[in-house]
Design a protein around this ligand. Structure first.
Ligand code: PRT
Ligand code: ZN
Length: 283
Protein backbone atom coordinates (compact mmCIF):
# COMPACT_ATOMS: atom_id res chain seq x y z
CA UNK A 1 0.00 0.00 0.00
CA UNK A 2 1.43 3.34 -1.11
CA UNK A 3 0.83 6.21 1.28
CA UNK A 4 0.48 9.71 -0.15
CA UNK A 5 0.48 12.87 1.98
CA UNK A 6 -1.93 15.66 0.97
CA UNK A 7 -2.60 19.04 2.53
CA UNK A 8 -5.51 18.58 4.96
CA UNK A 9 -7.02 21.99 4.22
CA UNK A 10 -5.85 25.04 2.38
CA UNK A 11 -5.11 26.00 -1.15
CA UNK A 12 -3.74 22.68 -2.39
CA UNK A 13 -6.27 20.36 -0.75
CA UNK A 14 -9.01 20.49 -3.34
CA UNK A 15 -6.82 20.23 -6.42
CA UNK A 16 -4.72 17.44 -4.88
CA UNK A 17 -7.86 15.39 -4.29
CA UNK A 18 -9.05 16.50 -7.73
CA UNK A 19 -6.09 15.00 -9.57
CA UNK A 20 -6.52 11.70 -7.70
CA UNK A 21 -10.23 11.67 -8.54
CA UNK A 22 -9.64 12.52 -12.22
CA UNK A 23 -7.02 9.76 -12.27
CA UNK A 24 -9.77 7.30 -11.38
CA UNK A 25 -8.76 6.92 -7.71
CA UNK A 26 -11.67 7.14 -5.29
CA UNK A 27 -10.67 8.52 -1.89
CA UNK A 28 -12.95 9.42 0.98
CA UNK A 29 -12.73 13.17 1.33
CA UNK A 30 -13.43 13.25 5.07
CA UNK A 31 -11.72 16.34 6.45
CA UNK A 32 -11.69 14.96 9.99
CA UNK A 33 -9.88 11.74 9.18
CA UNK A 34 -6.11 11.57 9.26
CA UNK A 35 -5.97 8.53 6.96
CA UNK A 36 -8.28 7.39 4.13
CA UNK A 37 -7.84 4.31 1.99
CA UNK A 38 -8.64 4.53 -1.70
CA UNK A 39 -11.58 2.30 -2.56
CA UNK A 40 -10.24 1.00 -5.87
CA UNK A 41 -6.45 1.51 -5.89
CA UNK A 42 -3.53 0.48 -3.63
CA UNK A 43 -3.12 3.94 -2.13
CA UNK A 44 -3.97 5.53 1.18
CA UNK A 45 -4.03 9.26 1.83
CA UNK A 46 -2.65 10.91 4.94
CA UNK A 47 -3.83 14.48 5.52
CA UNK A 48 -1.21 16.87 6.94
CA UNK A 49 -0.32 20.56 7.14
CA UNK A 50 1.70 21.46 4.07
CA UNK A 51 4.70 22.42 6.26
CA UNK A 52 4.89 18.82 7.53
CA UNK A 53 4.71 17.06 4.17
CA UNK A 54 8.42 17.22 3.14
CA UNK A 55 9.51 15.76 6.50
CA UNK A 56 6.78 13.11 6.45
CA UNK A 57 8.06 11.90 3.08
CA UNK A 58 11.77 12.14 3.96
CA UNK A 59 11.21 10.13 7.15
CA UNK A 60 9.09 7.43 5.51
CA UNK A 61 5.76 8.29 7.19
CA UNK A 62 4.45 8.76 3.64
CA UNK A 63 5.89 7.43 0.36
CA UNK A 64 4.76 10.42 -1.71
CA UNK A 65 3.51 13.91 -1.00
CA UNK A 66 1.80 16.71 -2.88
CA UNK A 67 3.18 20.07 -1.77
CA UNK A 68 4.32 23.43 -3.13
CA UNK A 69 7.84 23.59 -4.57
CA UNK A 70 8.31 26.59 -2.23
CA UNK A 71 7.82 24.36 0.83
CA UNK A 72 10.24 21.77 -0.53
CA UNK A 73 12.89 24.46 -1.05
CA UNK A 74 12.28 25.98 2.37
CA UNK A 75 12.37 22.78 4.39
CA UNK A 76 15.47 21.34 2.69
CA UNK A 77 14.40 17.76 3.51
CA UNK A 78 15.85 14.79 1.67
CA UNK A 79 13.08 14.31 -0.92
CA UNK A 80 13.04 14.37 -4.70
CA UNK A 81 10.53 16.21 -6.80
CA UNK A 82 9.29 13.65 -9.32
CA UNK A 83 6.39 15.43 -11.03
CA UNK A 84 5.17 18.98 -11.59
CA UNK A 85 1.40 19.09 -11.22
CA UNK A 86 0.66 22.39 -12.97
CA UNK A 87 -1.58 23.83 -10.21
CA UNK A 88 -0.87 25.99 -7.12
CA UNK A 89 1.23 28.28 -9.30
CA UNK A 90 2.74 31.27 -7.52
CA UNK A 91 6.05 33.02 -6.97
CA UNK A 92 8.11 34.10 -3.99
CA UNK A 93 9.02 37.74 -4.28
CA UNK A 94 10.51 40.65 -2.40
CA UNK A 95 8.18 43.63 -2.05
CA UNK A 96 8.62 47.11 -0.59
CA UNK A 97 6.28 50.04 0.16
CA UNK A 98 5.29 51.61 -3.15
CA UNK A 99 6.38 55.02 -1.90
CA UNK A 100 10.01 53.83 -1.72
CA UNK A 101 12.53 54.46 -4.44
CA UNK A 102 13.89 51.03 -5.46
CA UNK A 103 17.53 51.15 -6.45
CA UNK A 104 18.23 47.49 -7.15
CA UNK A 105 19.07 44.55 -4.85
CA UNK A 106 21.54 46.59 -2.79
CA UNK A 107 18.43 48.45 -1.52
CA UNK A 108 18.02 45.55 0.94
CA UNK A 109 21.42 46.06 2.64
CA UNK A 110 20.67 46.90 6.27
CA UNK A 111 16.89 46.54 5.74
CA UNK A 112 14.50 44.36 7.76
CA UNK A 113 12.49 41.83 5.74
CA UNK A 114 9.49 39.89 7.09
CA UNK A 115 8.90 36.38 5.74
CA UNK A 116 7.65 32.87 6.40
CA UNK A 117 10.39 31.58 4.10
CA UNK A 118 13.63 32.52 5.91
CA UNK A 119 15.80 29.71 4.49
CA UNK A 120 15.04 30.52 0.84
CA UNK A 121 15.52 34.22 1.48
CA UNK A 122 18.81 33.74 3.36
CA UNK A 123 20.19 31.64 0.50
CA UNK A 124 19.13 34.30 -1.98
CA UNK A 125 20.66 37.18 -0.01
CA UNK A 126 23.86 35.21 0.70
CA UNK A 127 24.36 34.33 -2.96
CA UNK A 128 23.91 37.98 -3.91
CA UNK A 129 26.11 39.39 -1.12
CA UNK A 130 23.21 41.24 0.55
CA UNK A 131 23.35 41.86 4.28
CA UNK A 132 19.74 42.24 5.49
CA UNK A 133 17.89 41.30 8.69
CA UNK A 134 15.38 38.50 8.19
CA UNK A 135 12.38 38.54 10.54
CA UNK A 136 10.57 35.22 10.47
CA UNK A 137 6.82 35.56 11.01
CA UNK A 138 4.16 32.91 10.61
CA UNK A 139 1.31 34.69 8.85
CA UNK A 140 0.00 38.05 7.57
CA UNK A 141 3.48 38.90 6.35
CA UNK A 142 2.07 41.61 4.08
CA UNK A 143 1.07 43.86 7.00
CA UNK A 144 4.57 43.93 8.58
CA UNK A 145 5.73 47.18 6.88
CA UNK A 146 2.51 49.08 7.62
CA UNK A 147 2.72 48.30 11.36
CA UNK A 148 6.38 49.30 11.42
CA UNK A 149 7.72 45.80 12.06
CA UNK A 150 9.91 45.63 8.96
CA UNK A 151 10.85 47.70 5.90
CA UNK A 152 9.83 45.08 3.37
CA UNK A 153 8.50 41.56 2.88
CA UNK A 154 9.37 38.33 1.11
CA UNK A 155 6.18 36.37 0.43
CA UNK A 156 4.07 34.33 -1.94
CA UNK A 157 2.52 36.36 -4.76
CA UNK A 158 -0.10 35.06 -7.13
CA UNK A 159 -2.33 37.73 -8.68
CA UNK A 160 -0.49 40.52 -6.82
CA UNK A 161 -3.69 42.01 -5.38
CA UNK A 162 -2.65 41.38 -1.74
CA UNK A 163 0.46 43.48 -2.34
CA UNK A 164 -1.53 46.26 -3.98
CA UNK A 165 -4.08 46.39 -1.17
CA UNK A 166 -1.26 46.71 1.35
CA UNK A 167 0.50 49.51 -0.51
CA UNK A 168 3.41 47.28 -1.55
CA UNK A 169 5.17 46.77 -4.86
CA UNK A 170 6.94 43.61 -6.04
CA UNK A 171 10.58 44.38 -6.84
CA UNK A 172 12.39 41.02 -7.16
CA UNK A 173 11.06 37.56 -8.05
CA UNK A 174 13.17 34.93 -6.31
CA UNK A 175 11.40 31.63 -7.01
CA UNK A 176 8.63 30.27 -9.23
CA UNK A 177 6.52 27.61 -7.60
CA UNK A 178 3.75 25.12 -8.30
CA UNK A 179 2.50 21.97 -6.61
CA UNK A 180 4.82 19.00 -7.06
CA UNK A 181 4.85 15.32 -6.20
CA UNK A 182 7.71 14.51 -3.84
CA UNK A 183 9.12 11.07 -3.07
CA UNK A 184 11.69 9.67 -0.68
CA UNK A 185 15.01 8.98 -2.44
CA UNK A 186 14.69 5.18 -2.05
CA UNK A 187 11.56 3.16 -2.54
CA UNK A 188 10.78 -0.57 -2.73
CA UNK A 189 10.41 -1.91 -6.28
CA UNK A 190 6.79 -2.89 -5.65
CA UNK A 191 5.90 0.68 -4.67
CA UNK A 192 7.91 2.10 -7.58
CA UNK A 193 5.58 0.25 -9.95
CA UNK A 194 2.51 1.86 -8.36
CA UNK A 195 4.21 5.29 -8.51
CA UNK A 196 4.94 4.82 -12.22
CA UNK A 197 1.28 3.98 -12.87
CA UNK A 198 0.12 6.92 -10.77
CA UNK A 199 2.37 9.39 -12.61
CA UNK A 200 1.18 8.02 -15.96
CA UNK A 201 -2.38 8.85 -14.90
CA UNK A 202 -1.40 12.28 -13.50
CA UNK A 203 0.36 13.12 -16.77
CA UNK A 204 -2.71 12.32 -18.87
CA UNK A 205 -4.99 14.37 -16.60
CA UNK A 206 -2.54 17.30 -16.47
CA UNK A 207 -2.20 17.30 -20.26
CA UNK A 208 -5.95 17.50 -20.77
CA UNK A 209 -6.40 20.44 -18.38
CA UNK A 210 -6.99 23.75 -20.10
CA UNK A 211 -7.81 21.94 -23.36
CA UNK A 212 -11.04 21.36 -25.26
CA UNK A 213 -12.02 18.92 -27.96
CA UNK A 214 -13.36 20.65 -31.07
CA UNK A 215 -15.43 19.18 -33.92
CA UNK A 216 -16.04 21.38 -36.91
CA UNK A 217 -17.63 20.92 -40.32
CA UNK A 218 -15.79 22.61 -43.15
CA UNK A 219 -16.17 22.79 -46.96
CA UNK A 220 -13.43 20.61 -48.53
CA UNK A 221 -11.79 23.57 -50.29
CA UNK A 222 -11.30 25.29 -46.91
CA UNK A 223 -9.66 22.36 -45.10
CA UNK A 224 -6.12 23.64 -45.56
CA UNK A 225 -7.00 27.07 -44.23
CA UNK A 226 -8.86 25.55 -41.29
CA UNK A 227 -5.87 23.41 -40.36
CA UNK A 228 -3.76 26.54 -40.12
CA UNK A 229 -6.22 27.89 -37.54
CA UNK A 230 -6.54 24.65 -35.54
CA UNK A 231 -3.40 22.55 -36.00
CA UNK A 232 -3.75 18.91 -34.98
CA UNK A 233 -1.74 16.90 -32.46
CA UNK A 234 -0.09 14.60 -35.00
CA UNK A 235 -1.94 14.33 -38.26
CA UNK A 236 -5.43 15.85 -38.56
CA UNK A 237 -8.49 13.66 -38.03
CA UNK A 238 -10.54 14.32 -41.14
CA UNK A 239 -13.86 12.58 -41.63
CA UNK A 240 -16.00 12.77 -44.79
CA UNK A 241 -19.59 13.97 -44.33
CA UNK A 242 -22.59 12.54 -46.20
CA UNK A 243 -22.48 15.67 -48.35
CA UNK A 244 -19.27 14.91 -50.29
CA UNK A 245 -18.25 18.54 -50.55
CA UNK A 246 -17.88 18.77 -46.76
CA UNK A 247 -15.60 17.19 -44.10
CA UNK A 248 -15.34 17.22 -40.32
CA UNK A 249 -12.14 18.06 -38.48
CA UNK A 250 -11.65 16.79 -34.93
CA UNK A 251 -8.83 18.15 -32.83
CA UNK A 252 -7.78 19.62 -29.47
CA UNK A 253 -7.47 23.34 -28.78
CA UNK A 254 -6.26 25.40 -25.80
CA UNK A 255 -9.31 26.57 -23.85
CA UNK A 256 -8.16 30.18 -23.69
CA UNK A 257 -7.98 30.32 -27.49
CA UNK A 258 -11.30 28.66 -28.16
CA UNK A 259 -13.40 31.77 -28.93
CA UNK A 260 -10.75 33.26 -31.15
CA UNK A 261 -10.39 29.98 -33.09
CA UNK A 262 -14.17 29.58 -33.48
CA UNK A 263 -14.48 33.11 -34.79
CA UNK A 264 -11.73 32.55 -37.35
CA UNK A 265 -13.26 29.22 -38.42
CA UNK A 266 -16.69 30.79 -38.88
CA UNK A 267 -15.13 33.50 -41.03
CA UNK A 268 -13.74 30.97 -43.52
CA UNK A 269 -17.10 29.13 -43.76
CA UNK A 270 -17.05 26.51 -41.00
CA UNK A 271 -20.37 25.34 -39.58
CA UNK A 272 -21.73 23.22 -36.74
CA UNK A 273 -18.82 23.72 -34.37
CA UNK A 274 -18.99 21.56 -31.24
CA UNK A 275 -16.73 22.10 -28.22
CA UNK A 276 -16.44 19.21 -25.77
CA UNK A 277 -14.66 18.71 -22.45
CA UNK A 278 -11.54 16.57 -22.38
CA UNK A 279 -10.87 14.21 -19.50
CA UNK A 280 -7.59 12.50 -20.27
CA UNK A 281 -4.99 12.81 -23.01
CA UNK A 282 -2.57 9.95 -23.57
CA UNK A 283 -0.05 10.53 -26.34
O1 PRT B 1 -2.49 25.03 6.99
P1 PRT B 1 -1.31 24.77 6.12
O2 PRT B 1 0.01 25.02 6.79
O3 PRT B 1 -1.41 23.43 5.47
O4 PRT B 1 -1.45 25.82 4.90
P2 PRT B 1 -0.77 27.24 4.65
O5 PRT B 1 -1.66 28.26 5.21
O6 PRT B 1 0.67 27.22 5.07
O7 PRT B 1 -0.72 27.28 3.07
P3 PRT B 1 -1.83 27.69 2.00
O8 PRT B 1 -2.94 26.71 2.02
O9 PRT B 1 -2.15 29.13 2.10
O10 PRT B 1 -0.96 27.50 0.66
C1 PRT B 1 -0.45 26.26 0.29
C2 PRT B 1 0.44 26.42 -0.93
O11 PRT B 1 -0.33 26.97 -2.00
C3 PRT B 1 1.60 27.39 -0.81
O12 PRT B 1 2.71 26.83 -0.13
C4 PRT B 1 1.92 27.67 -2.26
O13 PRT B 1 2.73 26.66 -2.81
C5 PRT B 1 0.54 27.61 -2.94
N1 PRT B 1 -0.02 28.93 -3.29
C6 PRT B 1 -0.41 29.30 -4.54
C7 PRT B 1 -0.28 29.96 -2.49
C8 PRT B 1 -0.81 30.99 -3.27
N2 PRT B 1 -0.89 30.54 -4.55
C9 PRT B 1 -1.17 32.26 -2.66
N3 PRT B 1 -1.62 33.16 -3.37
N4 PRT B 1 -0.10 30.14 -1.15
C10 PRT B 1 -0.46 31.30 -0.57
N5 PRT B 1 -0.97 32.37 -1.26
C11 PRT B 1 -1.28 33.59 -0.44
C12 PRT B 1 -0.05 34.45 -0.14
O14 PRT B 1 0.55 34.03 1.07
C13 PRT B 1 -0.61 35.86 -0.01
O15 PRT B 1 -1.15 36.09 1.27
O16 PRT B 1 -2.14 34.46 -1.12
C14 PRT B 1 -1.74 35.83 -0.98
C15 PRT B 1 -1.28 36.40 -2.28
O17 PRT B 1 -2.16 36.17 -3.28
P4 PRT B 1 -2.45 37.27 -4.41
O18 PRT B 1 -3.26 36.55 -5.42
O19 PRT B 1 -3.18 38.40 -3.73
O20 PRT B 1 -1.09 37.71 -4.96
ZN1 ZN C 1 1.69 25.83 5.95
Amino acid sequence: MLRIALQSKGRLNEESLGILRDSGIKVEESKRKLLSKALNYPVEVIYLRDDDIPHAVASGIADLGIVGHNEVMEKGENVKEIFKLGFGKCRLSLAIPKTENYTGLSYFNGKKVATSYPAILKRFFDSNGIDAVIEEIAGSVEIAPSIGLTDSIFDIVSSGSTLVSNGLIEVEKVLDSEAVVVAAPDMEAEKEAVVADLLFRFESVKRSRGKKYILVNIPNDKIEEALKIIPSMKSPTLLPLADKNWSAIHTVVDEDQIWDKCYQLKKIGAEDILILSLEKMIL
